[in-house]
Design a protein around this ligand. Structure first.
Ligand SMILES: NC(=O)c1ccc[n+]([C@@H]2O[C@H](COP(=O)([O-])OP(=O)(O)OC[C@H]3O[C@@H](n4cnc5c(N)ncnc54)[C@H](OP(=O)(O)O)[C@@H]3O)[C@@H](O)[C@H]2O)c1
Length: 330
């Protein structure tokens, strides 16, 4: 049962990094009629969380301060709103919280019923918490933007995944292999064997000349590049590596991405650069949870910290060198 107060970590304004995280006791949130109260067992951080703190999407996010960061949680339902039909107290779930209101760095959260998915016993809270933003982005990039069929029934495809060792990238490698793609991945030298163990066929160290040039060791041209590296890569680097109708799917689009996107569209270029902003939907999350249950997809955990050390997790994510997902446990 939830008491009246809970531990949480919040920020009072923009900037300040991990040092600006404040540990507080706040009232346990009360679910509205279409919401569920969840006792959090694991929360995963995403770069979005510290980008919101940096003010990258101000003035839209967060909707107000003080703000409890983080959106991706797994836990147990403790209470449901009057209009909630599909969940009851005791259910194990994974949920996405509203980006504008956050809430994940806390002992309890409220989530909209439509953004919650049941979590089978085979899927741990940590594995599930990694999935919402990172897993859904990888899923959408591959299935919707690159046209990969996860049952392997599509045509053979060459895929390059940049920053494949990160939260999004490590899911993308596994999903692309389920889709029977030939996967080339970029990462730092320390993660080459790790990515091979996830199924990557070729791995490039991004700090070498061939890695920086994104050149496939076997001379392949890529039908799709899922660009997850936070550092920008120019079109002139992507272009010679693309197949005739190849596409770059850029999940970290900057101004130049939008310019190139428009130019390629307007000139009817066969090679395209497409910015992608994922649209979290519970149906995608359900597919990912099922894949984890079936042992076809795994969440690799970079590090786990208790809520009392949320600063360490925050710093780890901000440093940009996580391998897999950064987890916080209340
Ligand atoms: N558009 C969307 O909807 C959407 C959704 C999710 C995420 N994103 C964005 O996508 C980016 C990646 O997210 P994430 O969660 O995967 O981040 P992450 O987990 O923090 O990524 C860290 C990993 O990236 C690797 N890396 C960094 N620079 C690299 C480079 N130039 N080449 C190859 N590997 C590199 C690091 O390897 P080393 O330690 O070896 O450097 C590290 O393993 C973030 O900017 C995030 O905000 C966008």
């Amino acid at each position: 049962m939830a008491g009246k107060f809970m531990r949480a970590v919040l920020i009072h304004g923009y900037g300040g990094g991990a040092a600006a995280l404040k540990h507080v006791e706040v009232p346990v949130p009360v679910p509205r009629k279409d919401e569920v109260l969840i006792k959090v067992e694991a929360t995963s951080l995403n770069p979005l969380d510290w980008k919101i703190q940096k003010g990258v999407i101000r003035p839209f996010m967060p909707s107000k301060f003080p703000f409890i960061p983080a959106t991706d949680v797994a836990g147990e339902v403790v209470k449901v709103g009057s209009h909630v039909n599909n969940f009851k107290a005791g259910d194990k779930v994974v949920a996405m919280l509203r980006i504008s209101t956050g809430g994940g760095l806390a002992e309890f959260v409220v989530a909209k019923e439509s953004w919650i998915v049941n979590r089978p016993a085979e899927v741990s809270a940590v594995e599930a918490a990694g999935l919402p933003i990172a897993g859904i982005t990888a899923y959408q990039a591959l299935t919707q933007s690159a046209g990969i069929k996860l049952d392997g029934s599509g045509k053979p495809t060459n895929i390059l995944i940049t920053a494949a060792s990160g939260g999004v990238g490590h899911y993308a490698v596994q999903l692309a292999k389920l889709g029977n793609s030939h996967v080339t991945a970029t990462c730092g030298a320390r993660n080459i064997e790790f990515l091979k163990s996830l199924g990557a066929d070729e791995v490039l160290d991004y700090k070498t000349p061939d890695g920086a040039a994104l050149k496939s060791p076997s001379g392949r041209k890529y039908d799709a590049i899922i660009h997850c590296a936070i550092t920008g890569i120019s079109w002139s680097t992507f272009e010679p590596n693309l197949s005739e109708n190849g596409k770059v799917i850029d999940i970290t689009p900057g101004f130049s991405t939008f310019v190139t996107f428009a130019v390629k569209k307007l000139t009817f270029s066969k090679k395209q650069l497409v910015p992608l902003f994922s649209t979290p939907k519970s149906e995608y999350l359900e597919i990912l949870v099922k894949l984890v249950k079936e042992g076809k997809l795994k969440t690799v955990v970079d590090s786990k910290q208790p809520l009392s050390k949320a600063e360490d997790a925050w710093t780890k994510s901000m440093d940009g060198h996580a391998t897999g997902k950064v987890i916080v446990e209340p």
